[in-house]
Design a protein around this ligand. Structure first.
Ligand code: GCU
Length: 332
């Protein structure tokens, strides 16, 4: 019996030692990296960022820790993009809308009415075309890791809209990108490029008559309170990505060359998690908006066709360089 007890004591001491070692590894990571998202902590993309950080921590044995800065704490998307390029921020989740000035080819993936539905978009992004785009970003000093869902974007305004003509001459906020301005200008509106965090105050101060975004953003940022008319024209799907700074990759590779693949795999898994959350979030936002008295208008097919025709010049612009690719995407 005494023998059994002393064996158990030794085992307990050994186990405690291991646990201490693990705890030590966890509390003293070799690398602490920074991840920026401009959405609030409860938003699907940010929840997926926390999942990403957790997976990376687990799978690198606690050697790599990722700290999440949500709600635009490290700046708007344009500022964060610059920081990613010089290594001040290590990871970020971006809307492709903000990236087209840096990498114009990304505009192809967000042409108006490009995809028939979300499944069509995922066939493109999860297939060779999407992979090629992720790899191609390295030329622009960033590393694309995985695609996130951001649904479909529509217009919302301070005044009721029933027809395309109702928008003529109105001031509509767009993301900070010349492609975004050109696309939305096709609707005969005046576009204003304003950072996401300033849209609410721009509406409040009457600087704009509306904006365009997906339902979860419209709801979570409270824009609905100032622009309660959501016109579901679904003019485009703007995918989002997690990206890593090249400087972060160098640091990770120097620590352990096998960690690069782990990071990529964790990003892919967190993206799948985000896509699941996204679907629920759209439904939640929709019912919350309706309960708050917002008017969500479904345009007739004829009305939607008018939007499509109005935005067709964007295809002409992109066809010169990317005609074949556009066709390839359309037939996926
Ligand atoms: C979406 C996207 C943000 C982006 C915003 C915008 O909400 O998730 O990352 O900044 O659109 O319209 O600027």
């Amino acid at each position: 019996m005494r023998h059994v007890i002393s064996c158990m004591c030794i085992l307990t001491i050994l186990l405690c030692g291991c646990a201490k070692k693990d705890a030590k590894e966890n509390t003293h990571p070799s690398l602490i990296l920074r991840y920026a998202d401009n959405q609030p902590p409860e938003y699907p993309t940010t929840k997926a960022a926390y999942r990403f950080a957790q997976l990376v921590q687990e799978r690198t044995g606690g050697k790599v820790a990722i700290k999440i800065y949500a709600d635009g704490e490290l700046g708007g998307e344009k500022d964060v993009l610059e920081q990613i390029q010089f290594g001040g921020v290590d990871f970020s989740r971006f809307s492709l809308g903000t990236l087209t000035d840096l990498a114009p080819s990304l505009g192809v993936l967000q042409l108006p009415y490009l995809y028939d539905d979300d499944q069509h978009m995922w066939r493109v992004l999860d297939g060779p075309i999407g992979d090629q785009f992720l790899c191609g970003m390295t030329e622009d000093g960033i590393i694309g890791l995985a695609w996130f869902d951001a649904g479909v974007r529509s217009l919302y305004t301070t005044f009721p809209v029933r027809h395309l003509e109702d928008l003529a001459g109105k001031r509509i906020r767009v993301q900070e990108s010349s492609m975004m301005s050109r696309t939305i200008s096709c609707l005969q509106v005046v576009t204003e490029q304003i950072p996401y965090s300033l849209v609410y105050s721009a509406l409040q101060q009457g600087k704009i008559d509306g904006a365009e975004n997906n339902l979860p953003s419209y709801y979570s940022k409270g824009h609905y309170a100032l622009a309660p008319y959501f016109f579901n024209d679904e003019h485009f799907r703007v995918p989002e990505i997690i990206m890593m700074s090249i400087h972060a990759k160098e640091k990770i590779d120097a620590l352990d060359p096998s960690f690069g693949d782990i990071i990529r795999q964790c990003a892919k898994e967190s993206a799948l998690y985000e896509r699941e959350l996204w679907k629920e979030e759209v439904e939640k936002a929709k019912s919350a908006l309706l309960s708050k008295g917002c008017v969500i208008t479904e345009p007739s097919p004829e009305e939607k066709a008018k939007f499509k025709t109005a935005m067709a010049p964007m295809y002409k612009e992109y066809a010169t360089t990317y005609g074949e690719l556009i066709l390839h995407i359309q037939t996926q």
